[in-house]
Design a protein around this ligand. Structure first.
Ligand SMILES: Cc1cc2nc3c(=O)[nH]c(=O)nc-3n(C[C@H](O)[C@H](O)[C@H](O)COP(=O)(O)OP(=O)(O)OC[C@H]3O[C@@H](n4cnc5c(N)ncnc54)[C@H](O)[C@@H]3O)c2cc1C
Length: 481
């Protein structure tokens, strides 16, 4: 069988199928694996992530995938999320001794950037989500409602919206609240913050992202398969209207008994001939799935300016600051070997999700803006010399989770014999995340095995509820799902 695309979706499908005894041939157009969740080396030798990626404790399938490819040990988990506002007030999210869903009560009570009124309005909305087991009925109106509409419906204060809901959700969903389907937003809080006291724990790679996938190639090759890099698929070969192969460069063709296309939806739309779109109408709406941007800013300072592993800034363009030096656990700025005075330098990576306002700005303007914010937030950065900086704009970073988007997301099984789909944009129930991509790969592998008469399950169950939620949902008369 052939997998096209070496991002997380294609890798998850490929590894799962190889584990099930299939000979997998994976074709990736770029010289490295990982797709959007990857890293590469700059001309000066510095390893940079395409953008900082994080996972959460509730991402059960990504965790399973990392285990399969022996990458679990390369992820560091943190149970304390730190927030800082321009006035220097700090707040943290950290589970205390109380059981779920009350595990954040202590941390929340002392969260200085929020007023008492903000906290009371947030607590009311959380109780509403709990009462409806993550599925408040007002979310399910035809066409959906936006997160901002839902927050207004739940009478949230402006401070709670700007300094809590927006901060968490714009990073988690890469979209502004007025463009986000409230079902995705409420689900983040239900699964990561309420259902289980470990769901919110943040996992951050301790290596450049491409180093996580070392085990994928060997897993596939161990079963007689191959991973072919620099191998873009240029077109599909049809015979009697059926998919009969894929075309690569230099008139090379490859064929197999099944194909998993794990490429972005816009790339698939370009490859699909009209006859296949007509054969499966769910493939005719890919152009209706919109995308949203993320900008990453990389700073190298001449000395240590930050001690925390990461920090969320409030009321600024910069949303997250990651201390890559500390996360990599190396006394040098990243994975480049340095000597002498360079040994004390510090590498920070900043993330701005839904960065629509930055798309038109120049590299210099973005660096000036973010540097001023970092120097305001981190006093030690004020007298530090900025040695170098890089800006990486991803204009189409993720699909936009706008209300109604699920109508346009096709399933992994298509009506075209032998053609399966994977990708964070396919029907997974999840927004565009690494977890969503791995789910789609597992679902594609399950669909292929079902069709071939050898069914197998790869999809992992969601993190089990704990604390009072477990006691409550354990009552069958109350449990909805
Ligand atoms: C800047 C940024 C930050 C993000 N941050 C996070 C985060 O913190 N946490 C999180 O969970 N998610 C994050 N995401 C989302 C996450 O990266 C994606 O959801 C996930 O990686 C998508 O995986 P995929 O396999 O579906 O698609 P992709 O990663 O896009 O993989 C598709 C692959 O197909 C290849 N390809 C395309 N066309 C062809 C062709 N014709 N022939 C052969 N190969 C082809 C591409 O080169 C690519 O390798 C972020 C995304 C971006 C861009």
């Amino acid at each position: 069988m052939i997998v096209i695309g070496g991002g997380l979706a294609g890798l998850a499908a490929g590894v799962a199928l190889a584990d099930s005894g299939w000979r997998v041939r994976l074709f990736e157009q770029r010289p490295f694996l990982g797709g959007r969740a990857t890293s590469y080396v700059l001309p000066d030798g510095e390893h940079v992530d395409n953008c900082q990626h994080v996972t959460l404790g509730c991402c059960a399938n990504l965790e399973d995938f990392y285990r399969r490819i022996s990458a679990s040990g390369k992820i560091k988990f943190f149970d304390r999320l730190l927030f800082l506002d321009p006035q220097g007030r700090r707040g943290e999210i950290k589970a205390g001794v109380l059981p779920a869903p009350f595990h954040f009560t202590g941390a929340f009570a002392s969260f200085a950037p929020l007023t008492l009124l903000d906290k009371l309005s947030i607590a009311r909305a959380m109780l509403h989500i709990i009462q409806h087991q993550g599925q408040p009925p007002e979310l399910h109106v035809a066409g959906g409602i936006t997160m901002l509409e839902w927050l207004r419906l739940r009478r949230q204060t402006q401070g709670a919206i700007d300094r809590f809901w927006r901060v968490v959700l714009v990073s988690a969903l890469d979209e502004e609240l007025h463009r986000t389907d409230a079902r995705f937003g409420v689900d983040v809080f239900w699964k990561a913050f309420l259902l289980n006291s470990r769901g919110y724990r943040m996992g951050v790679p301790a290596v450049p992202l491409s180093h996580l996938y070392d085990g994928c190639k060997s897993e596939i090759e161990r079963r007689g398969g191959e991973v072919v890099l620099r191998a873009p698929i240029r077109g599909l070969k049809l015979e009697s209207g059926q998919l009969a192969g894929v075309r690569l460069d230099e008139s090379r063709e490859e064929s197999a008994d099944a194909y998993v296309f794990a490429i972005p939806h816009a790339a698939l739309a370009e490859l699909l001939p009209e006859s296949l779109r007509q054969a499966d109408p769910s493939l005719s709406h890919l152009d209706k799935i919109k995308t949203s941007p993320i900008t990453g800013v990389h700073f190298w300072f001449d000395h240590i300016v930050m001690d925390e592993p990461f920090l969320t800034l409030l009321d600024t363009t910069t949303q997250w600051v990651f201390n890559k030096t500390a996360l990599y656990g190396r006394p040098v700025g990243g994975f480049t070997e340095a000597s002498g005075s360079e040994k004390n330098r510090q590498y920070l990576q900043l993330v701005i999700s839904a960065s629509y306002d930055l798309l038109q700005k120049s590299r210099e303007e973005i660096i000036d803006l973010c540097l001023a914010e970092v120097r305001h937030a981190l006093p030690k950065a004020r007298d530090a010399q900025l040695l170098k900086a890089t800006v990486i704009k991803e204009a189409a970073a993720t699909f936009s989770p706008e209300p109604g988007v699920d109508r346009w997301r096709p399933a992994q099984t298509t009506k075209i014999p032998g053609l399966f789909l994977a990708g964070d944009w396919t029907q997974t129930g999840w927004p565009a995340t690494m977890e969503g991509a791995v789910r789609s790969g597992y679902l594609a592998a399950e669909a292929l095995l079902r069709t071939s008469g050898t069914p197998k399950t790869f999809l992992q169950p969601d993190l089990a509820p704990d604390g009072f939620i477990q006691m409550w949902l354990g009552n069958p008369r109350r449990a909805k799902r």
